[in-house]
Design a protein around this ligand. Structure first.
Ligand code: DON
Length: 572
């Protein structure tokens, strides 16, 4: 079903700004930042993209028409999201890119934020050892060293066009502005008190009167930052004026990031996790994300069971999947952390023998309370946004990036115009103390200088007989790997198309707290049935904002953007 939302622009704005088209696109065509609409699904033959914002998706398609491939589109779209989707699109955050180029090489780029050099294990505990969540979630001390810009330059060798060109749409959108959506207007109004609290300088997201859909957001300081990156490359961000503005901002709020921290930041190449599920090859992102391991564990744990026969949204299938989720998250808490600082027993965690054993106490008739489930025994030897892109050459890009919480630390770098992350909260500040997403951890994910905090992000690729089949991913904190898992099962076992896999209600269990988060849409009988088995259910507003592209039998791309946000597809 097509769900079109027309963004209405106040007539006065049209009058003052005019109907300017982006210059980089040539005269009078293509992307119009003042009038655009969402497109929730599509079928295309040359390329397809799904992202969190219609303007970003359109730019991705246009970049391909100008001779780019899926990697060019990924770079341009991520930069545009930093402008038009400040909720989570970012320069001041980090993420993971999982790609496959047309020759079949798998590329895993880790541009996760890292802890500043002055970070200490107990930095979010007061002198009595009590957790100070406010400090790890908001403001200047919650910020990890941003990785996004380094990640984009690490992606560049796989692209065809120059970075100077790929960054142009973002610059123009920041400079000329774009019409904000209803969700964004609501966010800006709702968050005004927090924006005021966590900022030391005027920021573009605060104005005297209330924001409304169609208002134009112009970000001149962000445009200048983007131009410095255009001119000087990574040094335009990690050194020079941008770095100085960032450190000055951090210092104004008693943060600890230094110029040296910024200069030393590096994006890293990792080796993707590859596993099989019912004949498909599922590629996932390894630590420092837990996402790839969890998705692979979940699929392996449920593979012996006849899920197709159970069907979507039945007590039998949900019970099985929830119990697998509970067990995978118990492992996450104990064994997963930055592999450069902690030996993650990845091989064991992914082995069939280990996972068969993990499900040995699965009771088909009732829930297993989390207090009875512990992390597996391993012998000695442990506000985010997703972009999915595929092109006809066989390039696939799955990229999830984050500021962590909505608008990150809520702090904008004064004079540089971009939000900083609050990713430090993804570390385990104290064994057993839950983070923002309720995730617990221990030594594996303790804070240390230079260490990357454990993530749940799970940009995923699926191959069929070695050929591209599907690109998928979502934001949603700890619900990310369970959503990805459910979308794979929805397609492979329950035969769903892209739109249904993205939009059908989801559920989530993460070991602790011992409860099932469940979206609206399951019948009362199912909810009652699960409660009778011993589950505590918690109804939640929405799980994830998924973007999925799948190849149809005729070779066309079937693409779907999540109904839960402003997400939109594009392609041709
Ligand atoms: O890396 C992580 O796991 C989290 N920082 C992701 C946060 C997130 O997905 C928020 N979005 N809804």
């Amino acid at each position: 079903m097509k769900n079109k939302l027309i963004i209405l622009v106040a007539a006065s704005f049209i009058h003052t700004i005019g109907l300017a088209q982006l210059q980089w696109l040539g005269s009078g065509k293509k992307v119009d930042p003042f009038h655009y609409s969402q497109k929730k699904e599509g079928s295309f033959s040359m390329m397809a993209i799904a992202s969190a914002h219609p303007l970003a998706s359109s730019v991705g398609a246009e970049i391909m028409k100008e001779g780019g491939n899926a990697f060019d589109a990924a770079i341009a779209v991520q930069l545009v999201l930093a402008v038009v989707y400040p909720d989570a699109g970012n320069l001041g955050g980090g993420g993971f890119l999982l790609g496959r180029n047309k020759s079949g090489d798998i590329i895993a780029i880790d541009f996760r934020e890292s802890a500043p050099g002055l970070a200490t294990k107990d930095m979010y505990l007061d002198k009595n050892g009590a957790p100070q969540h406010e400090l790890s979630v908001n403001g200047h001390l919650s910020v990890g060293i941003p990785g996004t810009v380094a990640g984009l330059f690490k992606t560049l060798p796989y692209a065809k066009l120059s970075f100077e060109k790929l960054i142009e749409p973002a610059i123009e959108l920041a400079e000329k502005g774009f019409a904000i959506t209803e969700i964004q207007a609501k966010d800006f109004n709702e968050l005004k008190p927090e924006f005021l609290k966590y900022n030391t300088q005027p920021i573009a997201f605060i104005k005297n009167t209330d924001w409304k859909a169609g208002d134009i957001l112009v970000q001149p300081e962000l445009a200048e930052t983007l131009k410095r990156i255009q001119l000087y490359g990574p040094k335009g961000f990690y050194e020079g004026k941008t770095a100085e503005l960032l450190v000055a901002e951090i210092n104004r709020g008693n943060g600890i990031i230094s110029l040296t921290d910024l200069k030393n930041y590096e994006a890293k190449m990792r080796v993707a996790i590859s596993s099989k599920y019912r004949g498909y090859t599922v590629l996932g992102f390894p630590p420092p994300s837990s996402g790839g391991i969890i998705v692979s564990q979940l699929l392996t744990m449920v593979e012996p069971y006849p899920l197709k026969k159970y069907g979507y949204g039945t007590i039998q299938s949900m019970h099985l999947m929830i119990e697998a989720e509970r067990r995978a998250f118990a492992d996450r808490a104990k064994y997963m952390g930055d592999p450069d600082f902690w030996k993650v027993p990845q091989k064991t965690l992914l082995s069939n023998a280990y996972l068969t054993n993990r499900m040995k106490d699965f009771d088909p008739l009732k829930a297993s309370p989390s207090k009875n489930i512990q992390p597996g025994e391993i012998p000695e030897s442990d506000q985010t946004t997703h972009i999915s892109i595929m092109d006809a050459e066989g390039n696939m890009v799955s990229i999830t990036t984050t500021l962590n919480n909505r608008y990150g630390s809520k702090t904008v770098v004064g004079g540089a115009g971009f939000f900083l992350n609050d990713e430090m909260d993804d570390f385990s500040m104290k064994p057993g103390v839950p983070n923002l997403y309720g995730a617990v951890g221990g030594a594996a994910n303790a804070i240390a200088p230079g260490k990357r905090m454990l993530s749940s992000m799970a940009p995923t690729l699926i191959l069929k007989n070695g050929n591209p089949f599907c690109v998928l991913g979502t934001p949603g904190g700890t619900t990310i790997p369970t959503s990805v898992f459910q979308m794979i099962v929805d397609m492979v076992d329950f035969g769903m198309n892209a739109t249904d896999a993205v939009n059908k209600p989801k559920f989530h269990h993460q070991w602790l707290p011992d409860e099932v988060k469940i979206e609206k849409g399951f019948s009362v009988e199912i909810e009652q049935g699960l409660e009778n088995m011993g589950y505590k259910l918690r109804l939640v507003g929405g799980i994830g904002r998924s973007e999925l592209i799948k190849i149809l039998p005729d070779g066309k791309f079937e693409v779907a953007a999540d109904r839960r946000g402003d997400d939109s597809v594009a392609g041709y």
